[in-house]
Design a binder for this molecule. Structure first.
Ligand code: ARG
Length: 590
């Protein structure tokens, strides 16, 4: 299968060699896992750090070694021969340093060029994952928080998909709840023929929501009817279901516009989908003795948290937590997901923490966090405005996402015109480049930060063509493409007929960084941190610049032209894969 063809990352391949060595070195310690890290230092490219820990394990047991350096020495000597390794040495208290073979490195990169970068996909330990992201609420605003969730969730899904995981991209929209009684009742009142006119008449759902809320708060009789409407909706009464469906449809169309702009694909399975599963799930949990009565509500107590998780409200209704329990049950049992990832702001951390613990108590999830099936909450911080407060625009309370994207595009288009592209390029090229750069800038500005920290939304900063921005990176990629074009060589032909050689130190440094792509994606996935991939991409462009600007590494017209063009192409391929994982469209000329 394809999986078998993937070797895993370089780090993983080195770790496998050390695993063999450890088995021989300490046969009585079969459970020792190799501790291997990239060190990019003067002693080597990778380092095995097992000697010290092993020494403290075995020293009392009459071992034949005389201290950690001796253990390191043995690990080194027992390392199987491999074409990957040029040399190996022991340093300090027993670090075993490996220097990769330049020959092997060059061959691996060229092989990737011929076979495609998918062969460099990491091999995560799961087959199916759910990424629950974006998940806005019907009839309420899709705010910047949902934009973050959409961008971060999409990237995580893309990285897992690249790693050959089957990803269920779930939009857990808030489409069920008491607010619908109010909305439906207001719809009936305003538009008795709601089915013919609703879409055009309502238009702005947020304004509609506001107006209905005002009505709800002001008129007790309306409030009464609204509460009745919820009951009738939940009882499945046809007219109410149709009104509900219509309201959802209007919201859905709005959301869809944002997803289309962002190139994000999602499958909606909203809260309402899980509603039929809730009673059964609660019953099972009750039979297990997990659900208790507390102040009229039914709750699950969680160790270490002083408030319980409410799963049935005192009025008998279900809530956010009951829905999430049913959804988790469904995902584990019906969809057979082994990893379920939820992307929301950090404000919901306690909810997820409690509900994961409840699932552990129920035996749905194992207790350790490193075993599967696993549930992970991917929290993120706030988007701030220039004033350091929650991001808002001048006159509206919330920022309309579509407006943000429009402005990013308009600004990058203006920058292109200013650079004289108006005369050189077709209108279509200008448009598509402005979109790639503008939307890419918004995404990258979000993804490059550690997701837990708040960040300030700033157009000037994110559209700067210098520094760690999408613009800089997209231009760097386009420049590499133009080097290849200017050479006049057929790069496809060179991939097969030419030879890549990593002769100069700057070439080797670049090659090593390219080869580390898989382990970086792996790390970004394991820790659910897209910024790790952004850092990698930025460093890649810096390392490329160092190579390209070194007169000793002249590309076009030098003896080493073919090899260096291949190295340029490999850099462009890896950059494009990074862009694709980050949901950014590359550009090919500037
Ligand atoms: N609709 C929620 C909100 O806007 C997010 C839902 C996240 N997913 C979940 N399974 N709880 O805050």
């Amino acid at each position: 299968t394809e999986q078998d063809e993937c070797m895993g990352s370089v780090k993983e391949q080195i770790a496998k060699l050390f695993e063999v060595s450890l088995k021989v070195t300490v046969p009585n310690e079969p459970d020792v896992e190799p501790l291997v890290a990239a060190c990019n230092g003067k002693f080597g490219d990778y380092q095995c750090n097992n000697a010290m820990g092993l020494w403290s394990k075995i020293k009392g047991k009459g071992a034949q070694f005389r201290g950690p350096p001796a253990v390191g020495e043995a690990i080194k000597n027992n390392l199987p021969t491999s074409e990957m390794i040029e040399s190996c040495s022991v340093a300090g208290p027993g670090f075993v340093n490996v220097v990769l073979s330049k020959n092997w490195m060059a061959k691996s990169i060229q092989k990737m060029l011929v076979e495609g970068i998918d062969k460099w996909a990491p091999l995560p330990p799961v087959k199916t994952a759910v990424v629950d992201f974006s998940s806005p609420n019907i009839a309420k605003e899709m705010h910047v928080g949902h934009l973050r969730s959409t961008i971060i969730g999409d990237t995580l899904a893309r990285m897992l998909e690249f790693s050959k995981v089957k990803v269920l991209r779930r939009n857990h929209v808030g489409d069920w709840g008491t607010q619908f009684g109010m909305l439906i009742e207001f719809l009936f009142e305003k538009f008795p023929n709601f089915e013919d006119a609703a879409e055009t008449a309502i238009g702005d759902l947020q304004a509609f929501y506001k107006a209905s809320k005002q009505r709800f708060d002001a008129d007790p009789a309306f409030k009464e009817r609204a509460q009745q409407a919820v009951v009738r909706l939940q009882g499945g009464e046809d007219k109410y279901r149709r009104a509900w469906a219509q309201i959802c449809e209007i919201s859905r169309n709005e959301f869809h516009k944002v997803y289309q702009r962002l190139g994000v694909h999602l499958e909606e399975k909203g809260e309402s989908f899980y509603n039929p599963y809730i009673p059964g799930v609660i019953e099972t949990l009750t039979k297990q003795g997990l659900v208790e009565e507390s102040q009229g509500a039914r709750v699950i107590f969680i160790e270490g948290v002083n408030i319980p998780l409410i799963v049935v409200k005192s009025d008998g209704g279900f809530n956010y937590a009951s829905t999430d329990l049913a959804a988790l049950w469904y995902r584990l049992n019906e969809e057979k997901a082994e990893w379920i990832i939820y992307v929301t702001d950090v404000g919901q951390q306690q909810h997820f923490d409690m509900f994961f613990k409840a699932a552990k108590r129920a035996g749905w999830l194992p207790h350790g966090d490193s075993s599967y099936p696993k549930a992970s909450h991917v929290g993120f911080g706030l988007v701030l405005g220039e004033d350091g407060k929650r991001f808002r625009t001048r006159n509206t309370e919330v920022v309309r996402l579509v407006d943000l994207l429009d402005e990013a595009k308009t600004r990058s288009k203006a920058a292109l015109i200013e650079r004289g592209k108006g005369e050189e390029w077709t209108e279509e090229e200008i448009e598509s480049t402005a979109e790639a750069v503008g939307y890419g800038a918004v995404k990258y500005a979000d993804l490059k930060n550690n997701r837990l920290t708040n960040y300030t939304f700033n157009f000037d900063q994110m559209l700067n063509d210098k520094g760690n921005t999408a613009v800089y990176l997209l231009y760097a990629h386009a420049r590499i493409c133009s080097i290849i074009r200017r050479s006049g060589k057929d790069i496809e032909e060179l991939k097969n007929k030419g030879t890549l050689i990593l002769g100069h130190k700057d070439e080797r440094d670049l090659g090593l960084h390219l080869l580390q792509f898989a382990e970086v994606v792996e790390e970004a996935c394991t820790n659910l941190l897209p910024n790790v991939l952004c850092d990698y991409l930025y460093n890649l462009s810096e390392i490329f610049s160092k190579f390209y600007s070194n007169p000793e590494c002249k590309v076009i017209g030098s003896d080493m032209e073919t090899s260096r063009l291949l190295l340029c192409e490999a850099t462009a391929v890896v950059m494009r894969k990074c862009f694709s994982l980050l949901g950014i469209t590359p550009i090919y000329k500037i």
